[in-house]
Design a protein around this ligand. Structure first.
Ligand code: HMG
Length: 376
């Protein structure tokens, strides 16, 4: 029995900041951001949008691909931007999607690696329970401190994936290679809203983890690099993925994988899968039956190299036009507005646009209050 990704969708903020605007205001040469790190824009989030609201937006899109929402037996929410140490963010998604009360819900965390962990868990679960479907969500909003070298590599998005038998999009293959090592390259202590990092160490460890897991994958699978048709990397910023490509598949273009990432920024747990959707949506090649190598990296650190094969007829399961429109229709913010968003401040005279149908309206008694948006 084949198990894999039956459907997949993503959402991001309705707002973005141009990186040349950031560069001008930080007295940095624009070319450093646009060419040196390879990013053009980044998603920025208004006070009424958070990891739950964007997750619900992505989940609603993917649920539209199912005949019956009651088919979902498990919901796994992967995030490193959680606002609660106890309650799972997945419970809000379960509530607003109206899933069955006997659906199992929990969160997982391991930096940007967490969706891959959830995907592999879901695959095993479906192998044991062939009639079950699992909804895997990854949702993150990444903030670094203003003026830090990490600032141009912020971003955020949510990915929603349905894992099922006889998938209509991609089969997750059985071979994988993981690598875990204790390292302080990126972390966010409980009391901090912004991530702390050692940029050079993180890039070095990312590449070393790639080398180890890629060789491990080839050994375990008995495949050679020429058996892999396309490759997709976790992309904290586009140049990082290009460096990864140069180390492993220098003869292959990964341009199609980075089209969305270059204008969204680092979406952490969702990043690899946003790159995968970008490839499927934008590749001019017919990817039917092609093997895609995937490299997932989460600081701290855990990495994994694994692969998927594209299912024949996969194009019917894509929403390329909708994805492009969502990104094109975003609203540009000024530098001043970006600074307000960073402090989570709302302009009292302004009604902010949301990507989906749910918005966060206020925090009351330290509880987040969400409500359904009235259309229009
Ligand atoms: P920096 O120190 O500001 O930049 O940090 P730099 O001096 O290294 O320059 C960056 C590149 O721009 C260099 O290119 C420069 O040459 C070039 P490279 O040598 O690397 O090819 N450059 C220019 N190019 C054109 N015109 C110019 C110019 N000036 C310089 N005028 C850094 C950059 C990415 C390190 C920083 O933004 C950072 O630390 N970001 C956060 C950490 C990060 O993203 N690490 C990535 C690996 S870890 C990971 O992926 C996990 C993560 O997603 C978190 C998780 O797992 O949860 C982050």
């Amino acid at each position: 029995m084949q198990v894999g990704i039956d459907a997949m969708a993503f959402s991001t903020s309705r707002y973005f900041l141009r990186l040349d605007t950031l560069a001008k205001n930080r007295n940095v040469d624009c070319a450093k951001y646009c060419i040196g790190i390879g990013q053009l824009k980044m998603s920025v989030f208004p006070p009424n949008e958070d990891i739950v609201t964007i997750a619900i937006s992505a989940a609603q899109k993917v649920m539209a691909r199912l005949v019956n929402k009651n088919e979902i037996d498990v919901l796994i929410f992967a995030t490193e931007s959680s606002f609660d140490l106890s309650k799972s963010a997945g419970i809000y998604v379960h509530h607003f999607l109206g899933l069955r009360p006997d659906c199992r819900v929990f969160d997982v965390k391991q930096a940007c690696y967490s969706v891959t962990a959830a995907l592999q868990l879901a695959r095993s679960f479906v192998k044991d329970n062939p009639d079950s479907k699992v909804l895997v969500i990854g949702s993150d909003i990444l903030k670094y401190s203003a003026g830090s070298s990490g600032e141009p590599t912020q971003g955020g998005a949510a990915i929603a994936i349905i894992v099922a038998k006889n998938p209509r999009l991609m089969i997750v293959e059985q071979h994988f290679s993981t690598y875990t090592t204790e390292i302080m390259d990126f972390w966010r202590p409980i009391e901090e809203g912004e991530a702390l990092f050692d940029g050079k160490l993180s890039a070095q460890n990312y590449l070393q983890s790639l080398e180890i897991t890629f060789l491990g994958y080839l050994k375990k699978s008995d495949l050679t690099p020429s058996d892999i048709d396309q490759v997709c990397f976790h992309a904290p910023f586009s140049k990082m993925a290009i460096k990864a490509r140069n180390k492993t598949f220098a003869d292959k273009s990964i341009d199609d994988t980075l089209i969305y990432n270059a204008i969204i920024g680092n979406s952490c747990s969702a990043s690899l899968y946003v790159c995968l959707i970008s490839l499927l949506d934008n590749s001019g090649d017919d990817l039917d039956g092609k093997r895609i190598g995937l490299f997932s990296y989460g600081s701290g650190s855990v990495a994994e190299f694994f692969s998927c094969t594209v299912v024949s007829g996969y194009r019917h399961m894509l929403s390329a036009e909708e994805n492009r429109k969502m990104l094109e229709d975003r609203i540009e913010v000024s530098f001043e507005e970006y600074e307000q968003f960073c402090k989570n401040q709302a302009d009292p005279g302004k009604k902010y646009a949301n990507v989906g149908s749910i918005r966060m309206v206020r925090v009351e008694n330290k509880q987040r209050i969400y409500e359904r948006r009235i259309a229009g």
